[in-house]
Design a protein around this ligand. Sequence first.
Ligand code: NAD
Length: 268
Amino acid sequence: MNAFTLKGQPSLVTGANSGIGYAVAKALAAAGAPVVVNYVADPPSAERVVDEIRTAGGEAMAIRADVSREDEVQAMFRKMFDAYGTIHILVNNAGLQRDARFVDMTLHDWEFVLSVNLTGQFLCAREAAREFLRRGVIPEVSCAAGKILCMSSVHEVIPWAGHVNYAASKGGVMLLMKSLAQELAPHRIRVNSLCPGAIRTPINTAAWSTPEALSGLLTLIPYGRIGEPEDIGRAAVWLASDASDYVNGTSLFIDGGMTLFPGFSTNG
Ligand code: NAD
């Protein structure tokens, strides 16, 4: 069997109507997975993703849910099981930023980011894990009972002034992922993180949309280019497939070397 195929493995990608989630949903579908395109706002954009996947010969459906709401997450999983029977791959991608100087950061800015970026990952991972445990391994489909991919960030290790809520949420995702991987490994459930560097998406338009901003950004990227959402899509397919079957509890940095301390490349 082709170790990269995701055939027969229903997948859920949160926040899949934009940016990285959109590219990941398309890549998983191209590898054969039926894909749920989760969105919280802008239904037409989710329907466009579904249409694109179907036009390319894949299978997809859109389901609205706010990942920070327990009732909505549970309802989303029920709809997915009604349609596809089960889940094999969860990509916990939904995330956002509410940036402010620390002293100006409101409790709402703090709680809002933590509720989507961290609690949202907890709620979705818990529903997926319950189903993986119930169903177990189906050897003809995959070596694993299920795979969870957490969308983290280089900011799970790089401190980020002016973004303490975001950095704290991604630091939290790192140990959520590792603790889950440890707990669920005996059940043949794999949990790993994708840690993008700077990727060209709407979340960080200000960092790449003018030549000045882009050249400042490139000083942080040894590989000399900004990342594209498809860079993350390809990595997601590998990490979700049996090709990475012995990889568990790992943060995979996809960052053009941003985490290599580029400030030291000319002797510090
Ligand atoms: P984006 O803004 O294009 O996409 C974020 C998606 O999450 C959107 O579809 C949005 O609607 C959705 N979302 C937000 N709140 C939600 C909620 N409560 N429920 C469901 N969906 C919700 O940004 P992106 O760059 O594609 O970000 C995707 C993920 O990648 C995020 O977790 C982000 O932290 C992470 N990331 C991005 C970069 C980057 O450079 N773009 C770098 C590192 C990590």
